[in-house]
Structures are given as structure tokens and as C-alpha cells.
Design a protein around this ligand. Structure first.
Ligand SMILES: Cc1cc2nc3c(=O)[nH]c(=O)nc-3n(C[C@H](O)[C@H](O)[C@H](O)COP(=O)(O)OP(=O)(O)OC[C@H]3O[C@@H](n4cnc5c(N)ncnc54)[C@H](O)[C@@H]3O)c2cc1C
Length: 567
């Protein structure tokens, strides 16, 4: 049995920032991660990180309060306003801290951190390092983790939280290198396991963004919040759905249909291509559905950057250009890029308070896997990297306070029980000769979610989705794992993951079916308007053996009364 005061699960931006905080506060901290930290999906973030630094001439009147308002309006008034304000108020300090730790931000002519316009923002507020912002921040935080001597368990998968219902007593994890299951005693655990894009067919997310750990927390008795709010990014490359960052439109890129029109004029005349993502994705999908798209990849539009000129593209968007050349064979200096919407982000996740604490004492969550909620029904671009560093820091501080100066209260018997149960489950999977195959079940789940819980939703399709997910859960009990080796058995890992993914998918579908309104990214053809009287409330999905049990809780409104969203 391994022992630490705090174990952070996940080595992305949120996890590393949390771990650095606890270590700086003198707490014995370990990071346990499926991947070597710098390979986390955070490293793929291109566009930037928001903070009201007011560094540019065009944004000298910007302020954290204006940033909070844009975030709340962007969220379709579903964000908890106290939490959004905490995030935007903490933003400048967290960004300057990153700068001091060495993030090579792009600069203004007089040497300040440069800021670019992003969707749904009243001012250029997005700080960036060319179009590789996430990569630079991740490497910088990893250097801090090394500097503070944080122990990293690489290539381990967390598979269960040991809970006796009153507190968390540690973690059970699978060592991929040996295939052994081990237990980790820890008074506090911080989940920072990222997104859940792989539940869907078309996604910009990395292979590791499975959402599996949402299922782990859910089974440990922690509700999942607002899972129906799933962000579809407007511009992913057809076929692979690799992201073409919003920075491309922030720098002035156009979206064009097969008539040669900049069609956003029809949907958001003022903000045009820089309307929030939910609106731009719906607009693109409507153009495709109404026959004004191009046929490639089952329907797409053009992202045209040619008018920006070679020099600007090479300076500000070199990564975008390389990706489009490598994965589409198109050089955006000469030709438009074929893009279509793809799943990108989950606004929902493990229910936490403003310090990352869940209802299970000792269990915290931060980053994309958590729902604080700062993004509500729709996240603004650039606010997720910000959430990771703000909530990483806050959850780290809260977990440190929870464990510091106290003798360990870990009940080893509870941990031993959890390890025994997890071992039995994994052994059963490994030895199963069941007739169902992982790839078939995963494909059916992903297709169902993209087709029925996608950009546009309606009752009949969502009911079908729920029925399919329930059927898949039955099939899952008869799944057979072909590879029988213990070392690096990815067949086994993916099979374990599918169980948690089905739970998270079911919470998304159940929440979406129940919510009879359109708000932010949740857009229903049968309930087209927002309904504040009945639905200005968070969904909490509780795990039961028969599926999600839904409860609701109020949204915190402080200064900004809900109003119609116009752009
Ligand atoms: C292509 C792309 C571009 C983006 N661009 C931007 C942008 O410009 N600005 C912005 O604000 N946001 C952007 N986002 C969103 C943002 O990058 C993510 O929301 C954020 O980086 C998530 O960070 P995280 O720390 O929560 O998770 P991640 O960085 O995904 O890290 C998750 C960690 O959890 C670990 N893990 C997962 N499961 C387990 C397990 N079972 N056991 C152990 N470890 C586990 C993984 O190994 C990994 O280390 C982008 C997202 C994508 C996909």
C-alpha cells in the first residue's frame, strides 16, 4: 500500500496546478496519471487563456466584473454567478504567476502579455503563446512539479475511490506496467481527469478523454452536475475532427457556405464569426442541413483565412496551418479549410463547490471533469484553461487545509475492501469469455451520442438513445476481453473505461431528455426557447443501479438578472 497526504488523479493543467499548490503548502503530494503529465490533453489547447489584464489599447476598460458578465451571459445564465466572479477575479494573478514561472506568452510591442479577441467576449481578453498556449503552460507547470519534488505515478489508472459513505479513504488504481491493482491511502484525493469527448463519435478530444473517472466519482456517491450541457466546437477538421482553434476566427477568419456567403450575418449580425460557440455551431449545422454546406465529411463549411495573409498566419496561427496541411492536405494560406462542428468540452461534471470540494469529505475535483459551475450551459473559449489554473489552485489549497496538521484518518479496512472489490471486478473482466466485443459497444455508444444527444435534440431521438444505452449496459455484462496479458493490457483498460463511459453517457442523455427547454448548448427542436420559470436550475444526477436519478438545485444569481442573449 502506498501512502500520501494528497493524491491528485490526472497530470493535466488542473491536476498539476493543484499538486503544485499542495506541495508548496508543505503537504506530501503525489500525482497519479494514465499518461506522462505533459502528454495530457491540456497540451493540445491552442487558442489561449482569458483574464481581464487590460493590456491592449482596445481593452483598457476591461475588468474582472466585465469578464464575469460575459462568462455568465455566455453560460446562458446557468453559471453560478459567485463562482464565475471568483474565477475572473483570480484570473490576472494566476496568469501573471504562470508568466513568472516561465510561460512564453506572445507579447505586445511594449512587452506586455498580448491579448486576442475570442467568441462572446466584450474585449480582446485571451492571452496566448502563438497557437500552442496549452502546451507551454503544461510544460511550465510540469517544471514546477519537478522543482517541488512531487512524486508522479505514471501510467496508472485510478479505478475506484474507497468510501464508507462518510469520507474518502483513498484510491484503488491499476498499474498498467505490471497489471497489478494497488491501493493508495490518502486523506484527500483531487480528481483532475479532464473531458469526456470519446463518449461521442466526432470529437476534438484526445483518446484519453474518456470521462471514465466521472463514473468512478458517480459510483462513489458524488452526483454529476449539468451533464446535458455538452459543447460542440464549430470548427473541427472534417474526418479527424482535429480542432481548428477559435483563434483562427479571433484573428479574423471567415466562415463561408457553398454560396460564398459569410452566413453568420444571418445568425449573429454583430458578433459574426465571434458569437459564442453554441450559436456558431448551430448556425453551421443549419447551413449544412439546409443544403448550403459542402459535401465533404458528411457536410462541412469553409474556414477561410486567406485574407489574413501569409505573414499573420505564420506568426499567429502556425499550429493551425500545420495541422490542416498534415491532416487535410490543405495549406490555409492558399485554400479554405473544411470544417464541421465536433464535440469539444463538457460543461457538466463532478459536482463541486467553489473550492473544488464534493459532498464526500476528502474528495475534490478540478478542471474539465468538475462542474463548479463557472460555464453553465455554454463555455466561452479561453475560460477552460483559466478554470484549470484557478480551480486547480483553489482545490489544492482546500485539500491542503483539510489534511494539514492532522493525523491521518484513513480507515485501512475500507481501503482494503475497495481494493478487493475492484480486483474481483477486473479479474472477472480479464477472465471473461463473453460474446460481446468492446469495439462494437463503444462504436454504438459513440454513434448514438453524436446522432441523438448532439447539437440539435428532440424527445423521440433522446428516448431511443437512453434505450440504446440501457441495452449497451446489459451487453457490457457479457463483454469478453481478448488480450489476456497483464502488462500494458490496453484491451482491458478500454473495457474497464467503457463501464464508466456508459454511466456518464447515460447521465447526459437522462439530463437532456428531462430538460424541456433550449439553453446554451442544449438545443431542443421540441422546446425551442429558454424557460427560466421552470428550468433555471442545475441538474444533479445520482447513480443508482438502474440509471440516473435526477434532482435539481437553484442557480446562484448575484448581480446579473437573466436576460435574452443577443450577439
Ligand atoms: C484540441 C483542444 C483545444 C483546446 N483549446 C483550448 C483553449 O485554447 N483555451 C481553453 O481555455 N480551453 C481549450 N480547450 C479545453 C481545455 O484544454 C481543457 O478543458 C483542459 O485542458 C482540461 O484540462 P484538465 O487538466 O482538466 O484535463 P486534461 O488535460 O485532459 O488531463 C487529464 C489527466 O487525467 C489523467 N487521467 C484520465 N483518466 C485517468 C485515470 N483513470 N487514472 C489516472 N489518470 C487519469 C490523464 O492522464 C491526464 O493527465 C481545448 C481542448 C481541446 C481538446
Amino acid at each position: 500500500m502506498m501512502k500520501h497526504q494528497v493524491i491528485v488523479v490526472g497530470g493535466g493543467l488542473a491536476g498539476l496546478r493543484a499538486a503544485v499548490e499542495t506541495a508548496m503548502l508543505g503537504v506530501d503530494t503525489a500525482v497519479l496519471s494514465l499518461l506522462y503529465p505533459v502528454r495530457s490533453h491540456s497540451g493540445a489547447a491552442q487558442g489561449g487563456i482569458n483574464g481581464a489584464l487590460a493590456n491592449m489599447e482596445e481593452c483598457k476598460d476591461d475588468s474582472p466584473a466585465k469578464h464575469a458578465y460575459d462568462t455568465i451571459k455566455g453560460s446562458d445564465f446557468m453559471a453560478d454567478q459567485d463562482c464565475a466572479e471568483i474565477m475572473t477575479t483570480d484570473a490576472p494573478a494566476r496568469i501573471y504567476e504562470l508568466e513568472h514561472w516561465g510561460v512564453p506568452f506572445s507579447r505586445t510591442a511594449d512587452g506586455r502579455i498580448a491579448q486576442r479577441p475570442f467568441g462572446g467576449a466584450g474585449y480582446p481578453r485571451t492571452c496566448y503563446a502563438a497557437d500552442k498556449t496549452g502546451l507551454y503552460i503544461l510544460h511550465t507547470l510540469n517544471e514546477q512539479a519537478v522543482k517541488h519534488g512531487i512524486k508522479v505515478y505514471n501510467e496508472w489508472a485510478a479505478i475506484a475511490v474507497a468510501s464508507d459513505g462518510t469520507a474518502s479513504h483513498g484510491l484503488v488504481a491499476l498499474n498498467l506496467q505490471t497489471g497489478e491493482i494497488e491501493s493508495f491511502a490518502a486523506d484527500a484525493i483531487i480528481f483532475a481527469t479532464g473531458g469526456a469527448g470519446r463518449i461521442f463519435r466526432r470529437t476534438s478530444n484526445a483518446m484519453q478523454s474518456t470521462g471514465y473517472c466521472l463514473g468512478v466519482a458517480y459510483k462513489a456517491g458524488v452526483p454529476l452536475k449539468d451533464m446535458e450541457f455538452v459543447q460542440f466546437h464549430p470548427t473541427t477538421i472534417v474526418g479527424t475532427n482535429i480542432l481548428m482553434s477559435e483563434a483562427a476566427r479571433g484573428e479574423g477568419g471567415y466562415l463561408v457556405n457553398n454560396q460564398g456567403e459569410r452566413f453568420m450575418a444571418r445568425y449573429a449580425a454583430k458578433a459574426m464569426e465571434l458569437a459564442p460557440r453554441d450559436i456558431v455551431s448551430r448556425s453551421i449545422q443549419t447551413e449544412i442541413n439546409e443544403g448550403r454546406g459542402f459535401p465533404e465529411g458528411g457536410g462541412c463549411v469553409h474556414l477561410d483565412l486567406r485574407h489574413l495573409g501569409r505573414e499573420k498566419i505564420l506568426e499567429r496561427l502556425p499550429g493551425i496551418r500545420d495541422l490542416a496541411i498534415s491532416f487535410l492536405g490543405i495549406d490555409c494560406i492558399e485554400k479554405p479549410i473544411w470544417v464541421q462542428p465536433g464535440q469539444h468540452f463538457i460543461m457538466g461534471g463532478i459536482d463541486t463547490d467553489k473550492d473544488g470540494a464534493t459532498i464526500l469529505p476528502g474528495l475534490y475535483a478540478a478542471g474539465e471533469c468538475a462542474a463548479v459551475s463557472v460555464h453553465g450551459a455554454n463555455r466561452l473559449g479561453g475560460n477552460s484553461l483559466l478554470e484549470c489554473v484557478v480551480m486547480g489552485q483553489r482545490s489544492g489549497a482546500a485539500a491542503a487545509q483539510y489534511v494539514k496538521g492532522k493525523a491521518s484518518a484513513v480507515k485501512e479496512a475500507v481501503l482494503a475492501d475497495a481494493a478487493k472489490k475492484a480486483t474481483a471486478e477486473v479479474e472477472a473482466l480479464l477472465n471473461s469469455e463473453g460474446k460481446e466485443r468492446l469495439v462494437n459497444l463503444r462504436d454504438r455508444m459513440a454513434d448514438t451520442m453524436t446522432n441523438h444527444i448532439g447539437i440539435y435534440r428532440e424527445e423521440k431521438a433522446m428516448k431511443e438513445a437512453l434505450a440504446t444505452l440501457q441495452e449497451l449496459r446489459v451487453c457490457y455484462r457479457q463483454i469478453g476481453v481478448d488480450a489476456k496479458t497483464r502488462k500494458f493490457n490496453l484491451d482491458l483498460l478500454r473495457t474497464i473505461e467503457l463501464g464508466g463511459m456508459l454511466d456518464a453517457a447515460e447521465a447526459m442523455a437522462a439530463g437532456a431528455l428531462a430538460r424541456q427547454e433550449s439553453r446554451g448548448a442544449h438545443s431542443r427542436l421540441d422546446f425551442k426557447t429558454r424557460d427560466d420559470a421552470n428550468w433555471l436550475k442545475h441538474t444533479l444526477a445520482h447513480h443508482t443501479p438502474d440509471g440516473a436519478r435526477l434532482e435539481y438545485e437553484p442557480v446562484t444569481i448575484t448581480k446579473w438578472q437573466p436576460e435574452e442573449r443577443k450577439y
